[in-house]
Design a protein around this ligand. Structure first.
Ligand code: ATP
Length: 426
């Protein structure tokens, strides 16, 4: 998982780098196009200016040639007028000579008039030429001014564009430098990750190989296990059969055991005689005779009825141990686990040894001194555990005391629940 996460990060960085490079390329391409467009426009305007300049030059030349023509005409007229003046002089000289001279005079007048007309035309043309020249010069100066302005503007714009393109080139260079360094950085990272990937890949290969060998081992083991299971199944059959027979025998055994208990009597009364307490001043024993089941006690204050005999299912003498007492009770505990109801209680006067028999002496450390309660609980848990494979038992413990005809729950911590009737909750 960690490896996949790293790879996707690398991929993303790679894509980002690629996107940045593409942007830089697009910006560079755009700048190239802008600078090409500017250069094209500048060259178009320069071409236009050149064309206009050529046009003006052509016009200038045209006007110059006209001027030259007019000047030529003017100079030609001057010569003519001089010739005519010479002729006029000659005619004036010859005026008096003949009538034809009068005609010549008229001609001269006409010529003079023509000369005047020509002079007027020349004057008019000269004025027109002057006006055209002035207009042309003003147009020329205007155009030159405009061309100068346009040139200055173009220079300024071209400087601006140069400046901008220089800045853009610098930016592109910076971007290229940073992208180069990033590219190298990413390359280093890529190489590192590639090495990690290679290492992981080789580890994976090794794992695959070991997994394959383990798988083969597992398959072998499964085969062996299946064979052993089959063998076990074959061997288990008689055991199952024996177990079924055992269950039947166990049930019969239980039944017979409880029947024996019933035969012995459902209500059994035992008598335990407490030994004299050490260090206590006790009167002489009233026991006259004690057998297995019969007890004779004497009460001297009763006279002829002093001797009284009692019969019990069993009598435990003063030397009887806790274990010996419990050995006669133990079958009932087993009977409980077979589903029979059993009740055991101790009865006797104060100090007769009820607590000792049921619980044991206070502060007893030796197991031999433990009373019926502890031993019964031990047996309940031991037998229920040994039968846990085929029977589920639930065990509750309740401890009550009947004292002065009042039942008290000895395990309750709630004072209101201590006295009967109390609600029992497990
Ligand atoms: N079999 C015994 N062997 C030795 N000591 C015994 C035996 N039975 C009783 N005692 C001793 O006798 C004393 C009184 O016994 P215990 O307290 O068991 O009497 P109790 O019947 O429970 O009295 P109470 O009804 O007042 O509670 C205790 O000191 C106890 O250790």
């Amino acid at each position: 998982m960690v490896f996949l996460k790293k790879a996707s990060k690398e991929e993303m960085e790679k894509y980002l780098m690629y996107g940045l490079q593409m942007k830089i390329q697009r910006v560079a391409c755009l700048l190239r196009k802008v600078s090409q467009e500017i250069e094209r426009r500048i060259s178009t305007q320069a071409e236009h200016l050149r064309t206009q300049s050529n046009l003006f030059k052509a016009r200038e030349e045209k006007y110059q040639s006209r001027i030259r023509v007019l000047e030529a005409i003017a100079s030609g007229n001057k010569e003519e007028s001089e010739i005519f003046a010479g002729k006029l002089q000659r005619l004036k000289v010859e005026k008096g000579k003949d009538e034809e001279k009068k005609e010549n005079e008229k001609k001269i007048i006409r010529l003079m008039k023509m000369l005047d007309d020509k002079n007027l035309v020349i004057l008019e043309l000269t004025q027109k030429l002057e006006a055209a020249k002035t207009q042309y010069e003003s147009q020329c100066s205007q155009l030159e001014k405009e061309a100068g302005d346009a040139k200055a503007e173009l220079r300024r714009k071209s400087q601006d564009y140069e400046h901008q393109s220089e800045e853009l080139r610098n930016e592109v260079k910076e971007l290229e430098t940073s992208s180069d360094s990033k590219y190298q950085e990413w390359n280093v990272k890529k190489n590192h990750l590639q090495a990690v990937i290679n290492f992981q890949f080789s580890s994976l290969q090794k794992l695959k190989l070991s997994w394959e060998s383990i798988r083969q081992d597992v398959v072998k083991e499964q085969t062996v296990y299946a064979e052993e299971c089959n063998r076990l199944g074959v061997n288990l059959k008689p055991l199952v059969h024996a177990s079924q027979n055992y269950q039947v025998i166990l049930a019969e055994n239980k039944k017979m055991f409880n029947e024996i208990l019933e035969l012995k009597g459902n209500i059994r009364v035992f008598c335990r005689i407490r030994p004299s307490l050490v260090g206590k001043k006790e009167t002489q024993s009233i026991i006259e005779d004690m057998g297995e089941t019969d007890l004779v006690v004497e009460n001297p204050s009763k006279g002829k009825d002093a001797l009284r005999s009692f019969k019990f299912n069993k009598i435990f003498g003063p030397a009887t141990t806790q274990g010996e007492v419990y050995s006669d009770i133990q079958p009932f505990v087993r009977s409980v686990l077979d589903g029979y109801n059993v009740c055991m209680f101790a009865y006797g006067q104060t100090g007769s040894g009820k607590t000792y028999t049921m619980t044991g002496p206070s502060g007893a450390t030796s197991e031999n001194l433990l009373g019926v309660n502890y031993r019964a609980l031990n047996d309940l848990f031991r037998i229920s555990t040994s039968r846990s494979s085929f029977t589920d038992y639930e065990i509750w413990v309740q401890m009550v005391e009947i004292y002065n005809e009042q039942v008290r729950d000895l395990l309750s911590t709630d004072d209101s629940q201590k006295r009967y009737p109390f609600i029992i909750s497990f």
